[in-house]
Design a protein around this ligand. Structure first.
Ligand SMILES: [Zn+2]
Length: 491
């Protein structure tokens, strides 16, 4: 039997169910922009669609049935996660470029933990997101992420295993699909709206402002959250204990993460911190730590009594790897300072802070020569000084280091456009669009570039694509509509 809480929930779930059914029939033809347009329509559909399309999903840990979006199959769950993941990565700073560390941690998540979960058959994946904001995420279908900012604050491998076990737990319980106030797609939609809010800062000045667009793609950009309720968090804490233990880790390490959060929260008091977003979405209190202790004491008294000496708390290799990341995290803190200086130079219309910004960034690039985000920021400084040749030099370096980094490809497209190298601009903006299909900016600029290349049909196609994903009423949407109108008049 499915059970549900309130009328509002039913309406939302029913509407989303209808949308899923419609999308199912369209699915094969759906390219990312259309998929997004469909996701964005869900809120509206929540009001318009009649009930009767409710689905029943099963919690794959407990076997219990619950209301969800029109019988979302496992394949669709996987597809949904896969559709959102590239935009999610692109808007939160891209993949953290330490392949050794990524491989070491991926081995823990995908090889040790995931096969011991309740859904070993899922196509599990793990990535480190290059964001200073401390957080960890699970997208439906088996995609798990942790940020550089959170990794830098972890002390032990056992802590990491519990934290990732917790995220795997959300996916195994299919928490994101629960119709308890928010359906899975509704949650994802919220994520998109959050992205929209961050992009709104860009829209004040327009889509051709490279500094704001690239900073939104990085430090300022909010990450997409799936807000879970307290019961779901506690349930996932327990799965974190089960899975970490099954993989040979001491589950008592798990409490250290919450102790660290509480310590930071107390120290921060009322001050704004990078943790605020996390605390808003993951309510914390001492009880959560107590519940971890209670669960271990009840189920595993020998562990609680410290008698299971074979269990791993941490390994020297983890300490090495994280030590390197911690040093890098400090370099990235200087990047944030440099960005603030660039912002300051713009606001005061005074170029002198750019000198300090450039000096800081050159230092960062010396300390982490393999990291592409520093040359991108140096290119921003060069463009502030109206020096596109210099900017391109930095961007060529950034793109060579990390061709998958959205901010590098996008900004190179912007600079080519500024210098009227239309073919190169089109190539770079296409690459940027593929890396971040939910962003309206590459599409809008592709429209402009195609007009210059005297291909109005292609230009119209890109303006329409920008409108599909732009937040309603935004500047970029308005401008794309205006260009489309002009194109129609000219025809
Ligand atoms: Zn959680």
């Amino acid at each position: 039997m499915c059970s549900y809480a309130s009328q509002g929930v039913i309406e939302t779930a029913a509407a989303a169910g209808g949308a899923v059914r419609r999308a199912q029939s369209l699915r094969k033809a759906l390219a990312p922009p259309q998929l997004l347009r469909w996701l964005s329509s869900l809120l509206l559909l929540a009001v318009l669609t009649a009930p009767g399309l409710l689905g029943c999903c099963r919690d794959l840990v407990t076997g219990e049935s619950f209301f969800c979006l029109g019988e979302l199959s496992v394949a669709e769950e996987v597809e949904l996660g896969a559709a959102v993941a590239p935009s999610f990565l692109a808007q939160s700073g891209g993949r953290y470029p330490d392949l050794d560390l990524g491989a070491y941690l991926r081995e823990i998540v995908v090889t040790k933990l995931a096969p011991r979960t309740h859904r070993p058959e899922l196509p599990w994946s793990f990535d480190i997101v290059n964001s200073s904001q401390p957080n960890a995420f699970a997208l439906p279908g088996g995609k798990v992420f942790i940020t550089r900012g959170l990794l830098a604050r972890l002390e032990t491998e056992g802590q990491f295993a519990h934290l990732m076990g917790h995220e795997l737990g959300h996916i195994c319980h299919r928490h994101a699909l629960r119709g308890q106030g928010r359906s899975a797609l509704f949650d994802l939609l919220l994520g998109i709206i959050i992205i929209g809010t961050a992009e709104r800062q860009v829209l004040q000045t327009g889509p051709d402002d490279p500094l704001l667009v690239t900073s939104t793609a990085g430090a300022i950009g909010n990450l997409a959250f799936l807000p879970f309720d307290r019961g779901q968090e506690l349930e996932s804490d327990q799965r974190g204990i089960d899975y970490a233990l099954a993989a040979g880790y001491d589950p008592r390490e798990g409490r250290k993460t919450f102790e660290m959060f509480l310590r930071i929260k107390r120290e921060a008091g009322q001050r704004e911190t990078v943790f605020d977003e996390l605390f808003n979405t993951h309510p914390l209190d001492e009880r959560r730590i107590d519940e971890i202790d209670d669960y271990i004491a009840e189920r595993h008294p020998a562990i609680a009594a410290g008698q299971r000496h074979e269990l791993i708390a941490s390994r020297p290799e983890f300490e090495n790897q994280i030590g390197r990341l911690r040093q890098a995290d400090e370099v990235y803190a200087r990047l944030d300072t440099a960005r603030a200086l660039i912002g300051d130079a713009r606001k005061r219309k005074n170029q002198s802070p750019l000198d300090s910004a450039e000096e800081i960034l050159r230092g960062c690039a010396r300390d982490l020569p393999q990291h592409a985000r520093f040359p991108v920021a140096l290119a921003v400084v060069a463009m502030e000084r109206k020096n596109p040749a210099d900017a391109l030099r930095h961007l060529d370096r950034a793109c060579a280091l990390d061709p998958q980094l959205f901010e590098a490809r996008f900004f190179r497209g912007v600079v080519y456009r500024e210098t009227m190298k239309w073919d190169s601009a089109r190539e770079e903006l296409l690459a940027a669009h593929e890396l971040f299909p939910m962003s309206p900016f590459p599409s809008f600029l592709l429209g402009e570039v195609c007009e210059r290349l005297e291909d109005p049909a292609e230009a119209a196609k890109w303006y329409r694509a920008a409108i599909d994903v732009a937040p309603a009423g935004s500047e970029v949407e308005r401008r794309a509509r205006a260009r489309l109108r002009d194109l129609r008049h000219a025809a």
